[in-house]
Write a protein that binds this ligand. Structure first.
Ligand code: ADP
Ligand code: ZN
Length: 725
């Protein structure tokens, strides 16, 4: 078929461009999916050949076409992936080029080079040592990477790194990037499955063997062996020489997963996440595209990669909110994973102990098939849960742990077991204010308080990253030593543990301390070696981990997630606390969970303590149905922002006035977004609420497509929003 094409329609890696036609020069063979380089004005851009009949483009005569410059020697993107890219662009109202970008690596990774030159420290001091050079060398340590990558790690400019190369303190090394990846062995070390596990595994294996779209919910309490079960499906795909994609919600979970996978299959899978060096990324991308990477584990960005022979997709911890991408193309990886499986005609497994209401609804509707693992593996019991009433039995002033929880922590420490305190708040204190004049430290760019981080002695905005040194005096009234920290973050809870249990060894687990897979591995090793008695952590510790000696969990503030009136607040609280509870008592020792709350009689607290997941889901689902909220209705958010407040308000007002009338659809707003300012931009929101039958995307496309706004205004559409900020 390749020879038939002398004209090619391209989707280019540029979100602002529509499809463009080019001439295929003699001697070049392309087909739909081919990855090519095309001229655009004076520039060169990578793009992918598309079926012309699927993408209307401006008609250009043959004689005016410019020729393609180059076709890469890479397998073409498959038709199922091209359909997925079209679907994603259409559903989420995103440019095709922006979605395509998620499937392709940077263009340097496309060429056929077998080696790249990376740099690493030699251990020799440079002739002239400057503070910058010293800092760079110290931070780089044993790391290796491109000049740019080392400059980022070292916190210096590229020039400083190049200077160190000249001075002999850093040297180039040639790295081969097409070393083959080891092949996992499906029969390396399979477990003996319990009957319920075996039944679920058999069903998944059969689905992999049969091929065809088959969505599953693998629903089992924490510790029931969901991972072991879907590993059997992975083994099935390996035996048929098909690739598997396993999506995890956090890159911090990758490292333990790699180890566990290697123990079962004798070789690690291929990892894909933002922490990879460019050379690793390149090697992984090529192996994925050629089919040589048999099993890929990654964060949501792994979803759009050009797998050559995909046979199975697993979404682990499928309820996790982090599968929703908020930046760039706002998509939900769980939903897109199911669509990819549909286009690829393969099974997809959503694994979760606390499935999303949306997922349960698909089971009830008969679209997804549910496989249930009712019990923890090996007779381990689910932990006992109790609520601690913070009003009836409050902590002393300035403290956050109730006396009953402190007593439990002491007892657990004495017994030589590990404890976990969960608080979903990074830093030391969420708000700093002046006792003298009432001044509050607010981010200059966002509608948000500056959060104190005591370890780094800074105040930081968790929305835009703005930081300032921790002040000694109030900037308003100049009073010294008048600043007080309000409320707890994990650092403050760790301080409290130090004060109460001086001999306990603590660790703080947040994205500030566990910012790479290597850091996560270090934490796991220290837990396993029992070098930690008490972990204080954010949602980062709620998932995936398996520590047999962790027997006590304290939820510091169960009410936290319920504030704010988010559509999914109760559901998320239920999921988070169930997940964090699931860390307790996973070995042969039973676990205990204490949930601190100001309102233990709230329905979600009562359901948690009673272990009544079904009752909770039934009530939540009924409430969503009554309000026609997702999955029973549709939502789309339109956020209008500008650095100029008046300009943002004018544009939002114009969009609001142009809102189309449609039966079964309502448009609310514009109103200032709860985060009325973010990264220096003023934000207003409109919310579209419609019945399921309403073609919301088409309506919004026509509506916004007919309007124009000033250049400084940005309008973003979030279909099926999860964040209501
Ligand atoms: P989940 O993913 O449901 O939380 P896991 O798959 O992590 O559960 O299983 C919990 C623990 O029990 C893990 O250490 C796992 O290796 C172990 N386990 C589960 N099923 C089996 C089995 N059939 N044989 C041996 N170990 C098992
Ligand atoms: Zn900010």
């Amino acid at each position: 078929m390749a020879n038939a094409m002398d004209r090619a329609r391209l989707v280019l890696l540029n979100a602002a461009l529509g499809p463009l036609d080019y001439r295929v020069p003699a001697g070049m063979a392309v087909e739909p999916g081919s990855i090519v380089v095309a001229p655009l004005g004076p520039r060169q851009l990578a793009g992918v050949v598309w079926e012309p009949e699927r993408l209307p483009a401006e008609a250009i005569g043959d004689n005016r076409l410019r020729p393609l410059l180059h076709a890469f020697d890479l397998p073409p993107l498959g038709a199922p992936l091209r359909r997925l890219i079209e679907w994603t662009a259409d559903y989420y109202l995103a440019p095709l080029g922006a979605v395509l970008r998620m499937a392709l690596p940077s263009s340097s990774a496309l060429d056929g080079a077998r080696t790249v030159v990376e740099y690493r420290a030699t251990g020799r001091a440079p002739g002239r040592m400057t503070p910058q050079r010293a800092q760079a060398l110290e931070r780089i340590g044993a790391r290796q990477g491109l000049v740019r990558e080392l400059a980022i790690v070292g916190g210096v400019s590229d020039g400083v790194i190049r200077g160190l190369v000249k001075a002999g303190a850093i040297e180039p090394v040639e790295v081969t990037i097409d070393d083959p990846f080891p092949v996992p062995d499906p029969d390396a070390d399979p477990p003996a499955l319990e009957p319920a596990q075996a039944a679920a595994a058999a069903e998944l294996r059969a689905a992999v063997d049969a091929g065809g779209f088959a969505p599953y919910l693998l629903d089992g309490v924490t510790g029931s062996g969901k991972t072991e079960v879907y590993f059997e499906a992975v083994a099935g795909a390996l035996r048929r020489d098909r690739q598997t994609l396993v999506l995890l919600p956090e890159i911090a979970l990758t490292e333990p997963f790699l180890k566990r996978f290697a123990a079962r299959f004798g070789a690690e899978p291929v990892a894909w996440h933002s922490g990879l060096r460019q050379s690793q990324r390149r090697r992984a991308w090529r192996a994925i595209a050629t089919g040589e990477a048999r099993v890929v584990v990654g964060a949501r960005s792994a979803l759009f990669l050009p797998y050559r022979r995909l046979g199975l997709i697993v979404v682990d911890e499928a309820h996790e909110p982090s599968f929703k991408q908020e930046e760039g193309v706002p998509y939900h990886a769980r939903d897109v994973a199911v669509m990819r499986a549909r286009f690829e005609a393969i099974p997809v497994v959503l694994a979760s102990a606390t499935p999303a209401i949306e997922t349960r609804h698909m089971v009830e509707a008969g679209t997804y098939k549910e496989l249930r693992l009712p019990d923890r593996y090996g007779g381990a019991r689910l932990p006992d849960m109790a609520a601690l009433d913070l009003i009836a039995d409050p902590p002393p002033r300035g403290r956050w742990l109730a006396p009953a929880l402190v007593a439990e922590l002491e007892a657990n420490l004495a017994a030589g077991e590990q404890s976990l305190l969960f608080l979903n708040r990074r830093g030391y204190a969420p708000l700093t204010l002046c006792r003298h004049c009432g001044y509050r430290f607010q981010c200059p760019n966002c509608t948000a308080w500056m959060v104190e981080h005591r370890f780094t002695r800074r105040l930081a905005c968790h929305h835009c990253g703005h930081v300032m040194p921790a002040p000694r005096a109030c900037p308003e009234c100049k009073e010294e030593d008048s600043l007080v920290a309000c409320g707890p973050g994990v650092e403050r809870i760790a301080d409290e543990v130090h004060a109460l249990l001086p001999e306990a060894r603590t660790a703080i687990v947040t994205s500030d301390t566990i910012w790479s897979p290597a850091k996560a591995a270090e934490f796991v090793a220290r837990m396993e070696a029992k070098e930690i008695d008490v972990v204080v952590g954010t949602q980062l510790v709620t998932k995936g981990y398996h520590f047999p000696d962790l027997t006590l969990v304290g939820v510091v503030d169960a009410d936290l997630g319920l504030a704010g009136g988010d559509l999914r607040a109760a559901e998320r609280t239920f999921q988070q606390i169930s997940q964090v509870s699931g860390r307790a008592g996973r070995g042969d020792k039973p676990g205990r969970v204490y949930v601190q709350s100001h309102d233990p009689s709230a329905p979600v607290m009562r359901a948690l303590v009673a272990g009544d997941a079904d009752g909770f889901y039934a009530a939540e689902t009924a409430a969503r149905r009554a309000a026609a909220m997702p999955p029973f209705g549709r939502l789309a958010a339109i956020v209008v922002s500008s650095e100029d407040q008046a300009e943002a308000a004018a544009a939002a007002g114009m969009i609001g006035r142009a809102a189309p009338e449609h039966p079964n659809m309502a448009v609310f707003g514009p109103a200032p977004a709860p985060l009325a300012m973010l990264r220096g931009r003023h934000r207003l929101r409109l919310l579209v609420h419609a019945a399921r039958s309403v073609p919301v995307q088409d309506i919004i496309r026509d509506w916004l497509g007919a309007l124009q706004w000033p250049r400084g205004v940005r309008v973003t559409v979030d279909v099926d929003p999860y964040s209501f900020l």
